[in-house]
Design a protein around this ligand. Structure first.
Ligand code: PEP
Ligand code: MG
Length: 326
């Protein structure tokens, strides 16, 4: 079986009825890019840049250090797209030392709803511009996609675009080389899913973070063991939101992928295909298995299945509808 999976490395993921599906990797450090390529990744769908910021006693990485890290990943992927997510610290990924703005009581009380991800970046503009400079500089070496975590309002997108404009002007005046960078948002807060139509004109692509989308939709802390049995991707509210986001992106001709755990979970491959998803980003160890599943799926059959799954009365019935017993 392992050998069969290994042989799939160079086989493109195509459904039985000829739909091409993109298989991307989630990585945490630049040195993860090369092994991801070895198992057939067609690009990096999520580079969690916060791992460059963690485990260093709260000391932030310099622009140069970040630039070298992003560049290493871009070069390793040899012309395939690399999606770099701006720092997503806070909540389950804390820095070791509280930064000035983090000492606020509310952030400590409920970190998942506090000053995390894009909120933290926008509250530390010097740090944020430094990261943007590093990312734009790395784009000189290959296609880069800039991904913003935890966006919940169009206002945040506008603020980011202002920062980008400043950074690009700065880099130009320094005479630094840059490639073109696509801009994307994570849809992982229900508010972003609900106002997606107003966000889409401002972005090139969307990446759905199901881990947080489930947490915030169901009000289940993803780090709290006492409610982990209620963290349920089969909940019709979650599936309904997912279907809606994928459909809206397709209607507006924006590329959309899923980069949460659901993308690498075989139980959801057919359901996601049926919703119209054609790009999956996952831990590299899952790529061959999910690809094998795609090769055995028929997208029309999958689309019919989705209706039953979303209309299911409860999570167990939804799972049963795709033959996963709930
Ligand atoms: C997600 O929320 O689904 C996601 C991919 O981001 P992270 O797990 O890093 O929060
Ligand atoms: Mg997330």
């Amino acid at each position: 079986e392992r050998e069969r999976l290994a042989r799939l490395r160079f086989t493109p993921a195509v459904t039985l009825d000829g739909e091409r599906v993109e298989m991307l990797a989630n990585i945490e450090l630049p040195q993860d890019a090369e092994p991801a390529l070895q198992v057939g990744a067609e690009g990096v769908g999520l580079f969690r840049s916060e791992f460059l910021f963690m485990g260093r006693g709260g000391q932030l990485p310099s622009e140069e250090e970040q630039y070298l890290a992003y560049r290493q990943a871009v070069l390793a992927m040899g012309g395939r797209p690399v999606t770099i997510r701006t720092v997503d610290v806070g909540a389950d990924k804390p820095l070791e030392r509280a930064l000035p703005n983090e000492s606020r009581q509310d952030a400590i009380l409920n970190p998942a709803m506090g000053l995390r991800a894009i909120r933290w970046s926008l509250s530390e503009p010097a740090m944020f511009r430094q990261q943007l400079r590093a990312i734009y500089r790395a784009s000189a070496e290959g296609p880069v996609r800039l991904l913003l975590p935890m966006v919940s309002h169009g206002r945040e997108l506008r603020q980011v675009r202002d920062c980008i404009e400043k950074v690009c002007a700065q880099l130009k005046s320094r005479g630094q080389r840059m490639g073109s960078v696509e801009l994307g948002v994570m849809v992982e807060v229900p508010a972003a899913a609900l106002v997606l139509r107003s966000l889409l004109p401002w972005v090139d692509f969307v990446s759905i973070g199901t881990n947080d989308l489930i947490q915030y939709t169901l009000a289940i802390d993803r780090a709290d063991q006492s409610v982990s049995h209620l963290f349920d991707p089969w909940h019709p509210a979650v599936l309904g939101l997912l279907a809606r986001v994928i459909q809206e992106c397709r209607e507006q001709n924006k590329s959309v992928s899923v980069c949460g755990e659901m993308a690498g979970d075989l139980a959801f491959t057919e359901v996601l295909l049926g919703m119209g998803l054609r790009s999956f980003s996952m831990h590299p160890t899952q790529i061959a298995r999910v690809k094998q599943r795609v090769l055995r799926c028929d997208s029309a059959r999958a689309a019919a299945l989705v209706r039953d799954v979303i209309n299911a009365e409860d999570p167990a019935a939804a799972a049963a509808a795709v033959g996963w017993g709930g």
